[in-house]
Design a protein around this ligand. Structure first.
Ligand code: MG
Length: 397
């Protein structure tokens, strides 16, 4: 079997692009991998093209070998956009190999370790606050709307949710000054850089998490994701404010392992981090310091090969993983396969509020019941991309 074509597929998923690598072979087998990157799409597309030279004409099945060869191309710019390109290709290669053998991907790695996977409802309130018109959801005008949303989460069977700093109003806002782009503050330029939480903002966070806690009751898990929106001092202040509501975790990202350790030591709130890190080498300094309780791993950005190695490294440090999955359901399946090939899993992310045609993007629907995803048993990832549906939603930015 030989690789004959490598192609990027992009669709406009409301407020961001979803992107995929498609690999074709001379035997007709096709593999898909998700590599959605909402802020550096064209960088990833360019890097995928750079990698073609080492892949075209080769057998797609020795995935580890092809990974090492791709690493030798990106060696002088590891991680980041370059690794995302490797990751999309890597996932498409795993899909082809599994289909060639007629087995699910996790079957090749000692799985399944589980038949179903607990999910948490991510961007709970965040998506409605900013993109309710695209999704078709009620507005977030007041804390009463937050309370109603919390109750909806429970009613729809979910046992956990994750939110961001959602500030109800007309219009509602999401405090995300660490980013520019979708989900983020529109404030750029002068007077926007210090990332300090004001007393008013801390009170708004307290009200938000307190309202969710009261709405969902004591047994449903709540997480708060702060991303890169504060510095160490600010993260510690937020942890203190949300501590009484017993969160599942406070999530944040920092490129300084010692800073993360300092935040973790300052609070009883469990700390989740890692979504922006790459490869075992990127995680090891954080693990060596025991700076986090839950390691978030992004499969579309690391690739399945690296993600599995990170999960196994985390296990050696008695740390559970949680896939970073705020993408299409191809990523949901790829994340499910990681969890089904892994013993140390905490829970998996999923965006429930999303574009109405999200499920139509796959040839087989994902099966979610009572807040749990059924691990697929079909070959490869368990579903292919529906390219006709992708074509209906062009990305134009
Ligand atoms: Mg996060």
């Amino acid at each position: 079997m030989k690789i004959t074509a490598i192609e990027m597929l992009v669709c406009g998923a409301g407020w961001r692009p979803w992107s995929f690598v498609k690999i074709g072979t001379d035997e007709g087998l096709v593999g898909y991998g998700e590599v959605s990157e909402g802020r550096n799409l064209y960088g990833v597309m360019g890097c995928v093209r750079d990698l073609e030279s080492v892949l075209l004409g080769r057998d797609p099945r020795p995935v580890e070998l092809l990974n090492v060869d791709m690493q030798r191309i990106i060696r002088q710019s590891p991680g980041g956009v370059a690794q995302k390109a490797v990751a999309g290709i890597d996932c498409a290669l795993w899909d082809i190999k599994a289909k060639a053998l007629g087995v699910p991907v996790y079957e090749m790695l000692g799985g399944p370790t589980r038949g179903r996977l607990r999910l948490y409802w991510s961007h709970c309130g965040t998506s409605r606050a900013q993109f309710g018109d695209v999704i078709g959801t009620p507005p977030i005008r007041s804390l009463m709307d937050i309370s109603a949303l919390g109750k909806e989460v429970v009613k729809r069977g979910y046992t956990a949710l994750k939110t961001n700093i959602v500030i109800p109003g007309v219009p509602a806002k999401v405090h995300m000054p660490g980013f520019v782009g979708f989900y983020a503050s529109r404030d750029v330029g002068i007077d926007t850089l210090d990332l300090n939480p004001s007393p008013r903002l801390l009170k708004q966070i307290e009200d938000l998490i307190g309202t969710f806690r009261e709405a969902v009751g004591p047994e449903v898990d709540i997480a708060l994701d702060l991303n890169l929106n504060f510095k160490t001092e600010g993260f510690k202040k937020v942890a203190k404010v949300i501590e009484p509501f017993r969160p599942m975790w406070m999530e944040l990202d920092t490129y300084d392992p010692k800073a993360l350790r300092e935040i973790k030591e300052s609070t009883s709130v469990p700390i989740c981090s890692g979504e922006n890190l790459y490869a075992p080498l990127g995680y090891r300094p954080y693990f060596d310091l025991y700076a986090l309780d839950v390691a978030m791993i992004d499969v579309p950005w690391n690739g399945f090969t690296a993600a599995k190695k990170i999960a196994d490294l985390a296990d050696a440090y008695q740390i559970n993983i949680a896939p970073h999955n705020y993408y299409s359901h191809l990523s949901t399946l790829m994340s499910a396969h990681l969890c089904a090939a892994t013993a140390n899993v905490r829970i998996c992310e999923i965006d429930v509020d999303d574009v109405p045609w999200k499920s139509d993007l796959l040839t087989q629907p994902v099966e979610i019941k009572d807040g749990y995803l059924t691990v697929p048993t079909r070959p490869g990832w368990g579903a292919d991309l529906n390219e006709k549906e992708i074509a209906k939603h062009p990305w134009s930015s």
